[in-house]
Design a protein around this ligand. Structure first.
Ligand SMILES: Nc1ncnc2c1ncn2[C@@H]1O[C@H](COP(=O)(O)OP(=O)(O)OP(=O)(O)O)[C@@H](O)[C@H]1O
Length: 429
């Protein structure tokens, strides 16, 4: 799987035949998904690449397949130990040598990984680290410098690259801009959840990616219906109760609220109305949050009423039938990510945003007055809420994937767009 023997006549690593054979034989998958092949080719050709796509779109293959075909080690910077472990397990099952230096690995395991990295032709194809480890661990920094000096640093992968940007800021991601200075010329591939053009540009700038190629994987969640009815009360309790009773009286859902108190009050109101609900926010003790999530996962609690900051990463319940927002989400990126937690099992699900014109002012004031409220890009979100004419799906896709999307998707899956569009919100309670 490593590089090709020098001097031998060979297929190019990026020939479609070779890439397809690797997909079939090593990854045991049949066909490439939209834009995977293009992103993989560009990565193998050592271009700087940004891949944007939903959870589960198949972004990881865009660096894992090139890692198998390239000489040297691909270093993956990933924010969560649980994500790293998940990827490592899948790669190990496929017989691909991947290691991590983050998490609770013991000193002797770490020594053996450093030993392997120092070899002339390391067997390790992928090395996973958290951004904190990459920036703070001296031994790791030196190992990367040695790989670089020996021409064995194949590329850097920045997983969950939206964490670089204000849309989901994580401090250790902020210093990844050092990579280009410390390892000049080492190609980068950044993978991100759905982000709009401003955040794309921010990521590319911060990582100092020269001549980047951007690939968007499918963002069209055809089993999700979007709607933006008007919120009739300040906190939207009655709107939620009426809607849930009518649509999903017994199914699992998430209600996102603006503040912690709102989550508690919403959960109380739903419970009084006979809908089993739990509150979940960062003001609750860790143990109480754990209990709430456990109950919700086990369907003992039907609705979780949460702040979006607290209830996010690592939520993988497949049968979430609805995500309700009772307040203006902070940006289109937040909205897409939060609604994306519905319908992971592929069954029809709803995303309902109970909007009030006053939200814009309230959120704007909170951002201006409280420095702890992150800076966000409200305008596109407000435009989306106020545009009652265009198909909601098209609005979302146009924001994330540019103006050509409508045409492409109509060709790809025209029925799914029109059949699922609930732009006529007057039909909703
Ligand atoms: N071409 C393909 N054909 C079939 N399945 C694929 C293909 N590419 C990827 N997959 C599968 O899709 C699933 C999700 O892929 P992956 O983990 O890469 O998603 P992702 O875009 O990185 O999502 P996340 O943001 O959640 O990490 C995996 O099970 C993977 O094997």
């Amino acid at each position: 799987m490593a590089g090709n023997p020098a001097g031998k006549c060979r297929d190019f690593d990026h020939s479609p035949e070779k890439l397809k054979a690797t997909l079939n034989n090593i990854f045991r998958l049949q066909e490439f998904r939209v834009n995977q092949l293009e992103a993989i080719k560009a990565t193998i050709l050592k271009k700087n690449v940004l891949v944007v796509g939903d959870n589960g779109a198949g972004k990881s293959l865009c660096y894992q397949l090139p890692a198998c075909l390239s000489a040297g080690v691909t270093v993956v910077i990933s924010p969560l130990i649980s994500l790293i472990q998940d990827q490592m397990q899948k790669l190990t099952e496929l017989g691909i040598v991947a290691r991590t230096l983050s998490g609770d690995i013991g000193p002797s395991d770490a020594d053996s990984i450093y030993q392997q990295l120092s070899e002339k032709d390391p067997i390790i194809k992928l090395l996973y680290v958290t951004p904190e480890k990459r920036s703070m661990n001296r031994q790791l920094i030196e190992a990367l410098q040695d790989l670089f000096a020996n021409g064995l640093l194949a590329r850097f992968v920045i997983d969950e690259a939206q964490c670089i940007s204000q849309c989901d800021f994580r401090p250790a991601y902020g210093i990844l801009n050092e990579l280009q200075q410390d390892f000049p010329g080492v190609p980068m591939i950044a993978l991100s959840g759905p982000i709009g053009p401003l955040i794309q540009e921010d990521i590319l700038n911060q990582l100092q990616m020269t001549n980047p190629q951007v690939f968007t994987m499918t963002l069209n969640r055809t089993n999700l219906k979007y709607a933006v009815p008007t919120r009739t009360t300040r906190f939207g309790e009655m709107d939620c109760i009426t809607w849930i009773r009518e649509h999903y009286p017994h199914d699992s859902g998430i209600v996102y609220c603006w503040r912690r108190d709102d989550c508690d009050n919403m959960a109380d109101s739903l419970n009084v109305a006979g809908l089993l609900a739990c509150s979940y926010h960062a003001g609750m003790p860790y143990r109480d949050r754990e209990i709430a999530q456990h109950k919700w996962n086990g369907n003992e609690c039907q609705v979780i009423c949460a702040t979006s900051a607290a209830f996010g990463m690592g939520i993988h319940k497949p049968d979430v039938r609805y995500v309700i927002h009772t307040f203006l989400p902070k940006s289109m990126e937040h909205y897409h990510r939060e609604t994306g937690r519905a319908g992971r099992d592929g069954n029809m699900s709803h995303c309902v945003l109970f909007y009030s014109d006053s939200d814009h002012g309230v959120l704007g004031r909170a951002i201006r007055n409280d420095e702890s409220v992150e800076l966000v890009d409200l305008e596109p979100m407000v435009e989306y809420c106020c545009n009652m004419t265009d198909c909601r799906r098209i609005q979302l896709l146009t924001y994330f994937a540019g103006v050509d999307t409508e045409a492409n998707l109509c060709e790809e899956n025209a029925e799914a767009i029109c059949d699922n569009c609930e732009s006529n919100e007057s039909t909703l309670p």
